[in-house]
Design a protein around this ligand. Structure first.
Ligand SMILES: O=C(CO)[C@H](O)[C@H](O)COP(=O)(O)O
Ligand SMILES: [Fe+2]
Length: 226
């Protein structure tokens, strides 16, 4: 299993974002997770396409834009232009999920659906062919530094079953990302439930030595069995 670690910029020092991006990639991270909150779909307000465009020259690592916004379509197009590689959105934020997935892919990005703790995976039923990533939220969206909700492990297992069945039929890979409260001490259990991509904000940016945390996460992942 190819595991990917995606530090969330939400917990980075916003006054030095370019360096924060370079530092986590130098420390061994694979992906930059970029949380967009609109003070409407979620109570918090963060960063937009101009900031994505500003960090783009600072790394060749994929930028994974997590849109916690409603409506989604116009912002998704702006982030594709701003250099995003992956764009995920919450089904509750889109009037027409199939259309939004299509417009993200047509803009050249990987597209993904995000599931809040109480959102059903049934939104996947008729759109798997347009989904490149499934993101399971293990906290309610809106803030960094919250505690992992254990019930998320059951949803990760269910999503893994869907993906494996789909991949067996089509040969096409879909990534399974988990976001919220991911730490060194629970990442192994999350991997064992079926995740391959791990967002971690406060666990990485909240520590002075990013490499030490990422190395410790990889050591845990290397022990994970399915
Ligand atoms: O989407 C998010 C919150 O809505 C963040 O990506 C997530 O919470 C990361 O922060 P932490 O690892 O500190 O929980
Ligand atoms: Fe996120």
């Amino acid at each position: 299993m190819n595991f990917r670690i995606a530090p969330s910029l939400l917990s980075a020092d916003f006054a030095r974002l370019g360096d924060e991006v370079k530092d986590v990639i130098a420390a061994g991270a694979d992906i930059i997770h970029f949380d967009v909150m609109d003070n409407h779909y979620v109570p918090n307000l963060t960063i937009g396409p101009l900031v994505c465009e500003a960090i783009r020259p600072h790394t060749t690592a994929p930028i994974d834009v997590h849109l916690m916004v409603k409506p989604v379509d116009a912002l998704a197009a702006m982030f594709a232009k701003a250099g995003a590689d992956i764009i995920t959105f919450h089904p509750e934020g889109s009037e027409h999920i199939d259309r939004t997935l299509g417009l993200i892919r047509d803009a050249g990005c990987k597209a993904g659906l995000v599931f809040n703790p109480a959102t059903s995976l049934s939104y996947l039923d008729h759109v798997m062919d347009k989904v490149d990533m499934i993101l399971i939220m293990s906290v309610n969206p809106g803030f960094g530094g919250q505690s992992f909700i254990p019930e998320a492990l059951n949803k990760i297992r269910a999503a893994r079953t869907r993906i494996d069945e789909y991949t067996a039929k089509t040969g096409r890979e879909i990534w399974l990302e988990v976001d919220g409260g991911v730490k060194v001490d629970n990442i192994r259990a999350i991997a064992e439930a079926g995740a391959d991509t791990f967002v971690a904000g406060s666990a990485i940016y909240g520590q002075p030595d990013y490499k030490a945390v990422i190395d410790a996460m990889r050591a845990e992942l290397s022990q994970a069995g399915r």
